[in-house]
Write a protein that binds this ligand. Structure first.
Ligand code: UT7
Length: 326
């Protein structure tokens, strides 16, 4: 049986840091409120000329280097993002051009903050079916360019960054063990960007009404997220006949520390076994899990044969998990 094994990870975040104290000067908020309600202390902001593919390129180079491969060795590039360079073409194609290879297919996946795990599930299916042997899976976001800096309920949350993994087919008993993806389109309006698509094409009116910025009903989203993630992690462990104590590390989407703590509590998992970096990067949507995973690898939190559980929740609504035996 073929499995998709992670053979390299990489990440990139822009240099510019925006702290909670900086935000205090921009909107009616406080470091205390942001820290208590979210766990975030600072986030990275992409430069004026930096787009999603630029961040993705840096993360991809790092992931390829750690895998010991060149871009021409990759057969498929998948990019998960809701803040791509342009509506057309796919950011994955722009990334392919930057990586200077024509040897791969390239496409985007949009499942908001769950996008990286949705992408992993697609990559896993391609590898298990024998269609492709080596896939580059990237999560990249420049959310701060779609952030309403006058809306204190959202502007304190988001940050920019990218993370990537290289997956390779293996016949060994390791790699992606299972992926689970869920959606509930009935709640699409809890988290959305109303302007710029075919529903509300860009016009003076859409700009005036600030429709090109991310809108979120935070509190409602929070409640659904906690419930959905709780049952998702329990379902994932049960289906794979694993106990909580079998999990070496939980790598959750970094949206809100309170959501992460609630999930860990439900699992009975001590917080030492949970990867947290949202204090430094905020919510980077589809990029948050690969950035956290790369940090976990680089800081020695993951060893061979460990079971690693990834989980995410986001716009759509979507939620997803991936269980990996490292
Ligand atoms: O990544 C994809 C999925 N996203 C998520 O999972 C995010 C889910 N939601 C959240 O993380 C939280 O709901 C937030 C952090 C967004 C908000 O926290 P909350 O505890 O749900 O606060 P709330 O929205 O219920 O607001 C509580 C109060 C309100 O004031 P009143 O009405 O009680 O007087 C808000 O106006 O906090 C106020 N508030 C703020 N105060 C200071 C909202 N934003 C701010 C702010 N600074 N930045």
């Amino acid at each position: 049986m073929l499995r998709a094994r992670v053979i390299g990870t990489g990440a990139y975040v822009p240099e510019n840091i925006l702290t909670n104290h900086d935000l205090e000067k921009m909107v009616d908020t406080s470091d205390e409120w942001i820290t208590e309600r979210t766990g975030i202390k600072e986030r990275r902001i992409a430069g004026e000329k930096q787009a999603a593919s630029d961040l993705a390129y840096e993360a991809s180079k790092a992931a390829l280097k750690s895998a010991g491969l060149k871009a021409k060795d990759i057969e498929l590039i998948i990019v998960a993002s809701v803040s791509g360079d342009m509506p057309l073409p796919a950011t994955a194609c722009i990334l392919q051009d930057k990586l200077d290879t024509k040897k791969s297919a390239a496409f985007d996946v949009n499942a908001a903050c769950s996008g990286f795990i949705y992408g992993l599930s697609v990559a896993n299916a391609y590898i298990q079916s024998g269609t492709y042997r080596r896939i580059l899976m990237v999560g990249t976001e420049v959310l701060t360019k779609f952030t309403d800096w006058e809306d204190r309920t959202t502007c304190v949350l988001f940050g920019d960054g990218a993370g990537a993994v290289v997956l390779e087919a293996t016949e060994e008993d390791r790699g992606i063990v299972s992926t689970k993806i869920h959606s509930d389109g009935g709640m699409w309006d809890l988290l959305h960007t109303p302007g710029g698509g075919s529903r509300n094409p860009a016009s003076k009116e859409t700009v005036k009404k600030r429709l090109h910025f991310i809108k979120m009903k935070g509190n409602e989203t929070f409640k659904v997220a906690v419930r959905a993630l709780e049952s998702l992690v329990v379902e994932t462990l049960k289906e794979n006949r694993l106990k909580t104590s079998d999990i070496a590390l939980l790598v959750p989407h970094q949206a809100n520390l309170r959501i992460i703590q609630a999930t860990a509590k439900r699992l009975g998992l001590p917080m030492e076994k949970v990867m947290i970096n949202l204090d430094r990067y905020g919510n980077t949507s589809a990029a948050s899990i690969p950035i956290a995973l790369d940090e976990a690898v680089k800081t020695g939190k993951i060893r061979n044969d460990d079971y690693i559980l990834l989980e995410a929740f986001g716009g759509g609504l979507t939620w997803a998990s991936a269980l990996i035996k490292w």
